[in-house]
Design a protein around this ligand. Structure first.
Ligand SMILES: [Zn+2]
Length: 275
């Protein structure tokens, strides 16, 4: 399956060394919103949607504190919709949005691709959209889905995938894309596995933030570690799922490439080639 890697939102917080693990304390770090555009048997599918055009038109809806802390670039050319056009497609060619979760830096582009079905874990929908149970205050930007997209829901169960359980996101039309629950960061957080030409690619969303967290002795720069902890809805669950990902990387790294949403190193390794 052909997979394009898109960065749909660069964030430039201060303290590069404490965020990216290298460089000066005083220069700005770089974080990305790593999305996958996949040519499937059922049209284009996009894994996560990054920052959207409506967010850029009205940045304060993203939250004053969030904007101050992450310093998003807010460049319309980075949005998924614009990049999809630049690749020669029409936004209406995108039939499916597969979301790891509904945090603002993942769900912003939903409204720019209004014809697509939005696939999420049921628990994510219940908390973010229905408020059952209520989300932590200010966690979600509900304006990002106020147009009322067509939702499709996932639960637990499904088929075995390297010791994880996954449900075929597009049913029988496309057997090689699976939604895999990896809760912790949010209660309905999922990874999305896609079979590429030679290897599987697992987009693990915000299940971890730094490539060093997949090493046997996990490492993560201080500010990212604090951010990870502050964003945890269920810390024990997040740690447990991160450990499972580390074990998967150690045992099956030759068959599965694991990436996360925000690590620019992962993105740089992926964006020049096709999985
Ligand atoms: Zn995120």
């Amino acid at each position: 399956m052909r997979i394009h890697h898109l960065n749909t939102g660069t964030m430039c917080p201060i303290g590069k060394r404490l965020v990216n693990g290298t460089g000066s304390l005083f220069s700005r770090a770089q974080l990305v919103c790593h999305c996958l555009l996949i040519e499937t048997n059922d049209g284009l599918a996009l894994v996560d949607t990054g920052i959207g055009l409506d967010d850029i038109a009205e940045p304060m809806r993203l939250g004053r504190r969030w904007v101050r802390q992450t310093s998003p670039r807010l460049d319309p050319a980075e949005t998924a919709a614009r990049q999809i056009k630049a690749l020669g497609y029409s936004p209406t060619d995108v039939r499916h949005l597969l979301l790891t979760h509904l945090d603002r830096d993942h769900a912003g582009g939903i409204a720019d691709l209004p014809g697509a079905a939005v696939h999420v874990h049921r628990r994510e929908y219940e908390m973010a959209v229905q408020g059952r149970p209520g989300a932590p205050k200010g966690r979600y930007v509900t304006a990002q889905w106020k147009h009322g997209p067509k939702w499709r829901f996932y639960g637990e169960g499904g088929e075995d995938w390297f010791g994880f359980k996954g449900v075929r996101a597009l049913g029988d039309r496309e057997g090689d894309i699976l939604m895999i629950p990896l809760p912790g960061h949010t209660t309905g957080h999922c990874g999305i596995a896609v079979r590429g030409k030679d290897k599987w690619l697992l987009h693990a969303g915000d299940a971890y933030f730094f490539h060093g967290q997949m090493q046997a002795k996990p490492q993560v720069p201080l500010v990212l570690r604090l951010f990870q902890r502050r964003a945890d809805m269920d810390r024990a669950m997040r740690m447990q799922n991160q450990e499972r990902l580390r074990a998967l990387h150690a045992s099956h790294g030759h068959e599965v490439t694991i990436v996360n949403s925000h690590d620019p190193v992962h993105y740089a390794n992926c964006c020049c080639g096709e999985a």
